[in-house]
Design a protein. Sequence first.
Length: 348
Amino acid sequence: MGGRVSRTDYEWVYTDQPHATRRQLILAKYPQIKDLMRVDPNFKWEVLALVAIQIVSFYLLRNITSFWLLFLVGYCFNGVINHSLTLAIHEISHNQVFGNRYPMANKWFGIVANLPIGIPCSVSFKYYHNYHHQYLGVDKLDPDTPSEFEARIFSTSVTKVLWLIFQPLFYGFRPFFVNPKVPSPMDICNIVVQLAFNCIIGQTLGWHIVAYMVGSSCLAMGLHPMSAHFLSEHYIMFDDNNKKYSKNTIENGIYVNNGRFLVPDTCSYYGFWNIIGFNVGYHVEHHDFPSIPATLLPKVSQIAPEFYDSLNHHTSYLKIIWQFIVDPKMGPYARVKRELRDKHYKPL
């Protein structure tokens, strides 16, 4: 513990992100996957149920003022549900409530899902998440990649723990520094509705519940088992540099070049937390097919196993967090990065 990380730069690659090519290869072989590109009719009811559970629980906790009791309940219950709601917002950002024909209805539903979280984030998340998908790993465009400042400062086991604790702040504010945008009318609506909801909760249940609402969200997005998905999705956590291939192409969906394995941009997690995390662990499948709802993502790898079975994957969130903290090869620098190759780039 306390050792400095060995990485001093990102893993720079000179290929485009693999997901578009993999999507073409998979659809050419398994066109029936297009049948999975539909809205899950149960999703909106699941989200509304989570919002209702949170509001009821806030009411039941209104007379509790013990910091440590609220801390425990927030870490183990309300924070977990709020984190689930952020992952529901992730699904909503892909129009998984009412479909692509009704973008505004999806945005308003995202604002509703946002309410128990306490911090207005739904509308801006959709905007920046589009960048993450289209410009995965691209320098100065992908807001999911830690900044140079983060990578340099949080470079020991102790500071990596601090980085995980304060991850909600870095994750929330990083996009505005990487790729600032002028607030849209829907951003303003998101803020106004959220502040109005917070005021109603504060006036009726007590302002300590508002603080609890926001605090539990930050707890479960910080040093928490559920937050390991932030690490599992795009961090380089497998050492495959000795893996040999015989040709310069894509083999079963894995990029290879001059006989050498190329570090993949994305990794999946197959384990318990997917049950309450809207299958966010199926992250390779999600980036390959972002229009497929979370409940149907497992069917993608079932239909096209040769494209997924050969890829590394995670099975334990606790192991991911431990490895990130103690492994000197791990840190904010452990990400794939690439230069922008599109000469005709226009802001989204």
